[in-house]
Design a binder for this molecule. Structure first.
Ligand SMILES: [Zn+2]
Length: 280
């Protein structure tokens, strides 16, 4: 009798320990931000249940806005493809978003930005490397996201320092699901990456979420265009130099549902449109 119960314990105890270990690992993983830079690609190991549905309606453009806002790429406006992306065929999984036609009253203005102080940054002054901007590179952060951007900023900053050993958030601007822009690393300092390209000279814009899984929405796309237009004007960056992370490194970033807007010239054209005041 005694030998029998001892035998059971030998089996039950290790199984319970294993189960407890797996549960603890899953809980811990959910608490950590998982930017794609941590993973090297956007592979997701945990499927998060969205706290709010992603069904943010995209407003239907008016008939008058359609013709002028529809991009028609020309040879000179298609962004260059520095790495092996030549075979990529832009195939957005949903109907392409049409942005309202811009009002060309003057140079693009800097969009409203939620400052580091506003989202609760822990600031530092040492360890940054100055750089001169000559291009814009767009990312997604690779972890499914729906709401709670300020907390995500604080978490990303903490993770960047604690886990990666970076001085700060690797990106300069981050865009939430509503299109609000958050101030990341100060723009005058080079960003960081865990992939094989040098981000020196790159203004790094990141859309919060995983756009291999989620759909980009109109508010987010409009913010990318507004921000890129201002950067191009302010730093004399040609719109052709707005690209996606995957144009420089082996990654799916900024995701299958966002990258086509860069690959097919949509973003470059929309920005070009907003810089046209300079030609008038
Ligand atoms: Zn990226």
């Amino acid at each position: 009798m005694q030998r029998k119960s001892v035998g059971k314990a030998w089996i039950v105890v290790p199984i319970l320990s294993l189960v407890a270990g797996v549960v603890a690992a899953l809980l811990l993983k959910d608490m950590l931000p998982m930017p794609h830079t941590a993973l090297g690609s956007e592979a997701q190991t945990v499927t998060l249940v969205p706290s709010t549905p992603s069904a943010q309606p995209i407003s239907t453009p008016t008939a008058t806005a359609t013709p002028s806002a529809t991009p028609s790429p020309t040879a000179t406006q298609v962004p260059p493809t520095p790495t092996s992306t030549a075979t990529f065929t832009p195939t957005p999984t949903s109907t392409p978003i049409i942005l309202p036609a811009p009002e060309l009253h003057g140079p693009p203005q800097k969009p409203a930005v939620i400052s580091r102080a506003e989202w609760g940054s822990v600031d530092t002054t040492e360890g940054y490397i100055p750089h001169t901007l000559d291009r814009i590179t767009v990312h997604h952060d690779g972890s499914e996201f729906y709401s709670g951007a300020a907390a995500r900023m604080r978490s990303l900053q903490s993770w960047s320092r604690r886990v990666r050993g970076w001085v700060d958030i690797p990106y300069h601007f981050l865009i939430d699901r509503e299109g609000y822009v958050y101030e990341g690393r100060p723009l005058e300092f080079a960003g960081d990456t865990a992939t094989e390209y040098d981000p020196t000279g790159h203004a790094l814009i990141t859309v919060m979420g995983n756009y291999n899984i989620q759909e980009i929405n109109q508010a987010q796309l409009a913010s990318v265009v507004d921000l890129a237009s201002w950067l191009c004007h302010e730093y004399s960056i040609p719109p052709q130099m707005i690209q996606g992370h995957r144009d420089y490194a082996a990654t799916s970033c900024p995701g299958a549902n966002l990258y086509p807007y860069f690959a097919n010239g949509y973003i470059a054209n929309a920005v070009q449109e907003r810089l046209r005041f300079e030609e008038q």
